[in-house]
Design a protein around this ligand. Sequence first.
Ligand code: ATP
Length: 373
Amino acid sequence: MDAPFKIIVRRRPEATTPVAPEDFATMPPSYQVTELLGDGIGAELSRAVHALADALPVRLEFRAVDLTLENRRARGKAVYDEAVEAVTGSIVALKYPTITAEESPNAVLRRRLDLSVIHRPVTTIPGVPSNFRRELDLDIVRIATGGTYDDPGRPIGDDGAVSLRIVERRPVREAARYAFNLARRSGKRVTSASKYTIQQATDGLFEAVAKEVAIQYPEVPHGVELFDALLGKVIMNPEKFQVVLTLNEYGDFLSDMACGLAGSLGIGASANLAFDKAEVVRVAMFDAAHGTAPDIAGQNKANPTAIFLALAMLLTQLGETAVAGAVRGATLDLLRDGIRTGDLGGSESTESFAAAVAAEVGRRLTPGPAPAR
Ligand code: ATP
C-alpha cells in the first residue's frame, strides 16, 4: 500500500453558473488547502505563495486560519480548535512561521493533530554558498514523538537527574512505511540509524520494527547504521545515503547537521504527517524550517524559497507530481542562476523572486517544445 501517496483531495471547483459536462471535464483540478497564518515575515510569504499558486494549472482553494500571536492571545484555545477542524477537513495545510510565546504552536498542533512523522529533504543547491564541497541529497524521515523529547525528566536528590526514553511501535511503523514508500517511489535505499547496541530495549525495538517493515519492501535496499557512525559517514561519503529513518532526537540532530552542510539552514522545508489506522496519511502539514525573521519583517526582503519547497511537497502529497516538480525545479534553478534574495547574496525582493518563480513555472508547464533557458 502506498500510504503516503494515497490521499487525493481532488475536487472540481464550485461552479457559479451551470457548466456543460464537456467543459466540466476540462476544468482544472481543485484542492482545499488550509493556510495557517503566522507572525513576522509570514504575511509576505503568504502573498508570495498566492502569487505562485495563481500561476499553477491546478486551483488551490486556500482557507486561512489566523495563528498570529495577537489572535492566539485574543482567542486562546478557540484558534487551535479552528485550525484543527480546518486541517482535518482539507487534509493538507501550509503553515507559516509563528512566534513561540506562552505556547509553541508547532507543539500544540503536533499533539492535537497527532503528527507522528516528520519528513525533511535536505539537498545542496548549486550556487548556494556552503563550506561543504560534496553533493548531499538526503530525505530524513524522523519519528516526531518520543525518544528523550517527551519527558522533561526529574532530579534525583541534589546531584542527579533522570528522564525516560520512549519508543513506541506505532509511530516507528508509520515512519518506516513512509520511508520505504518514498524510497520505492524514487528508486532509493533506506538506512535506519539508532544506538541499538547500547539502548538495546528502545532502539532495539526501533530497529526490529524497521526490519519488519523492510521485509514488506524486498525491492528497496535497507541498511542499518549506528547513529554516531552515520554522522561521520554522511560527511565522508554523502552519496551513500538517501532516505534515513531515525528516532526523534537523532532526526533533529541530523537535520541541522545536514542543513549546515548544505549551507541552507534558512531554506529547508518539512512535511509533518499524521496517519489513520490503515497507515494512510490522514493529515499533512507543510512548513519552512526557518523562524519568523522579525528583523526583516514587512520589508519585502524575506526569502520565500523554503515555503515554495514546502508547497512543492504539498503538491506531491496531492499527487500533482509534475506541478510539484516544476515548482521545486524552477525555484532551485533560479537560485543556481543567481536569481536570489538578499540573504543569499542576491538583489531580488520577496515579490520579484516570487514573480520570477511563477513565470518560470508557467513556462515549464506550458505544453509545447521545452523552453530554452
Ligand atoms: P524565531 O524566534 O521566530 O525563531 P529568529 O530571528 O530567532 O526568529 P529566524 O527567524 O530563523 O530566527 O531568523 C534567523 C536569521 O535568519 C535572521 O537574521 C533572519 O532575518 C534570517 N532569516 C530567517 N528566515 C529568513 C527568510 N525566509 N528570508 C530571509 N532571511 C531569513
